[in-house]
Design a protein around this ligand. Structure first.
Ligand SMILES: *Cc1c(COP(=O)(O)O)cnc(C)c1O
Length: 372
């Protein structure tokens, strides 16, 4: 059997181990230490945003953003339906109700028209949403101009779930820096990894200070352990931050490599009837975290997404359907949702192709030989 080709494996840059050794040499083997502080500064500078808190995951970052915005049990929070459950689980952690909004077909992200409809309908029901979790999928920025205009019109804060878009830009500005909060993830499958980790960014210094305070068990200033608030153990470790420092050195290479994968796949498959790709609207620059294709069986002679996925799996090649929309998930289907048909169709027809930044030309050719 040929060596397995994974969907999106970690790809070290080379300097990560030196940072880990440095942490051991200075005994900062702890969820505190100089690598964490440097990682926060460098990640903030890369994204062009003032304040950044390094955390244990992207999910933890969304959770803290909701806590800091004061979302309480019984409140409602709008979230993209087409996403990974990490976007909306934290809404339930704080006792609030997720309200799902469907995608549009230009970017596959939240539909601004439906967002406004959903807000107006919730207000009519007597419940103005407390926040919006706006997700950018597979590297592609959402329609930020329209979505941010709606959020400002109704004065509802936005938490940008930028877990999949580190390095992507919208009219030159980094995705994740448009909302009141931005969230990044450094899980093992993301464009860069800390072996598991995340970050919360904002222009508001007090909020980020509060995030660090809550992430370290909410200790008041006292010689003993004194608490006036419920805290969390959500800080990134100094070892993980060291991996992050090594990875940040190569982030621009990683974006180039992932975009090159996309160009390869589009060149090889783009002319086939019934196969299409996630569009990149003018003004948007995607990191192409994952190359995703849509397969329309009415134009492929009956070949479906599952036919291709199973054929690849037989050759030891990992691929995966697009995210199953949250409004279809057993655990979330009782919650309100607006629209749904667009993400349902994307889920039915969409496939994520192997997209690691270390894929060789031979491996890419192996993948397309089994898609064709
Ligand atoms: C990965 C991911 C998250 C969660 O990040 P973790 O660091 O794994 O907690 C949230 N939202 C989206 C869209 C993601 O892809």
């Amino acid at each position: 059997m040929s060596k397995r080709i994974y969907l999106s494996p970690p790809h070290m840059g080379g300097e990560e181990l030196a940072y880990i050794h440095q942490a051991f040499d200075t005994n900062w083997v702890s969820p505190a230490g100089p690598h964490i502080d440097t990682f926060e500064k460098e990640l903030g500078a890369y994204n062009g945003i003032e304040y950044c808190a390094a955390l244990s995951s992207g999910t933890a970052a969304i959770h803290l953003a909701l806590v800091i915005l004061g979302v309480k049990p019984g409140d409602e929070v709008i979230c993209s339906s087409f996403t990974f459950s990490g976007s909306c689980n934290p809404i339930v952690y704080v006792g609030a109700t997720p309200v799902f909004v469907d995608s549009e077909l230009d970017t596959w992200n939240m539909d601004p028209v439906l967002l406004e409809e959903a807000i107006l309908d919730r207000i009519k029901e007597g419940k103005k949403p407390k926040a919006i979790v706006l997700v950018h999928l597979y590297g592609m920025p959402a329609k930020l101009n329209e979505l941010m205009a709606v959020s400002r019109k109704y004065e509802i804060p936005v938490i940008e779930d930028a877990a999949e878009v580190l390095g992507s830009t919208f009219f030159g500005q980094k995705a994740g820096t448009f909302g009141d909060f931005g969230v990044y993830s450094f899980n093992g499958n993301k464009i860069i990894t800390t072996s598991g980790g995340g970050a919360l960014v904002s222009k508001n210094e007090d909020w980020i200070k509060k995030a660090r305070f809550l992430a370290t068990q909410a200790r008041d200033a006292a010689p003993h352990y004194q608490h006036s608030e419920i805290g969390y153990n959500y800080r990134l470790s100094n070892i993980s931050a060291g991996i992050g420092l090594g990875q940040l050195k190569v982030i621009d290479d990683r974006v180039r490599q992932r975009r090159a994968n996309f160009e390869f796949y589009r060149g090889a498959l783009g002319h086939l009837p019934g196969i299409s790709f996630q569009p990149e609207m003018s003004g948007s620059f995607s990191n192409r975290w994952l190359t995703t294709i849509l397969i329309d069986p009415s134009k492929t002679g009956g070949i479906t997404r599952e036919d291709i996925r199973i054929a690849l799996e037989k050759e030891n090649i990992e691929s995966r359907p697009l995210w199953k929309p949250m409004h279809l998930q057993p655990v979330f289907q009782q919650f309100p949702s607006y629209g749904g048909g667009v993400s349902e169709r994307l889920f039915e027809r969409g496939l994520c192709l192997p997209s690691g930044s270390a894929l060789s030309q031979e491996e890419l050719k192996r993948v397309i030989s089994f898609v064709l």
